[in-house]
Design a protein around this ligand. Sequence first.
Ligand code: C5P
Length: 305
Amino acid sequence: MSTGAGAGAGVTVRVPAKVNVQLAVGAARPDGFHDLANVFLAVSLFDEVTATLADSLTVSCTGPDADQVPLDRTNLAARAAETLAARHGISPSVHLHIAKNIPVAGGMAGGSADGAAALVACDALWGLNTPLAELLDICAELGSDVPFSLVGGAALGTGRGELLTPVEAGTFHWVFAVADGGLSTPAVFREFDRLAEGREIPEPVASPALLAALASGDPEALAGALSNDLQPAALSLRPSLAATLGAGVEAGALAALVSGSGPTTAFLVRDPESALKVAAALEASGTCRTTRVASSPAPGAVVLP
Ligand code: C5P
């Protein structure tokens, strides 16, 4: 058996955030989840998770929002290590350090990213060589967005979002406006259910126009095809996001939408120069806490040399 990294050495995995360029949400299922047609795009905003051998499972975190990250067993990185170790009948003796740059509880799958990164890091550290299909299986057990964090790129997620089909995507440029505080994903789905009460909810299907725009690399076409069924629910819980969306469009963004369940908002822009301009205008508007600039698609979880 390969030992992956020697004792004392760490394995660092870099993992991207995501934005949903289409998030079509179906009716609540008997298990409480919602069927989705979820077009994920990985963006160049990364967390890094470093796994080192330790006496017991511990988690630490640094970064601008590190104080909002749980360091106990509820952290998806810790759960990933425990789940992988349990499958192989070994003890999860590892220290996981998260260098956090993805907004916390922001609708950009930051927690899911750390889960996927920890899984890949522990697999390498413990020299397990777990097949990709089994890693993806563990990811789906950890959460609906975790498989996508592992593979990155661009993909359509069906089921509750965990069943992935890669899709073609050209290069796009984005600005993200980070809000004060997070939004709970279950709360946003509950608000979606409340707003949908008494309405017939159609089956979620991927939009052919959206997929064509994504493949074309034409930002104007993508701007006209973006959609997020969770946006009314996120705006209902956080009405101030409407001002953020408006400020970005006024500053020249081609389109604005809530990222996933929010409260991070995403702005599609023509090129890196307009990204900097829109980011500066958003920061000056006082309608968000801070901004991040990124491009897509980005690779999934990778072990750094
Ligand atoms: O899968 P994950 O643990 O990330 O989901 C968090 C919560 O989001 C779920 O408990 C559920 O309330 C909601 N959810 C949903 N339908 C999905 C994905 C998530 O209702 N497809």
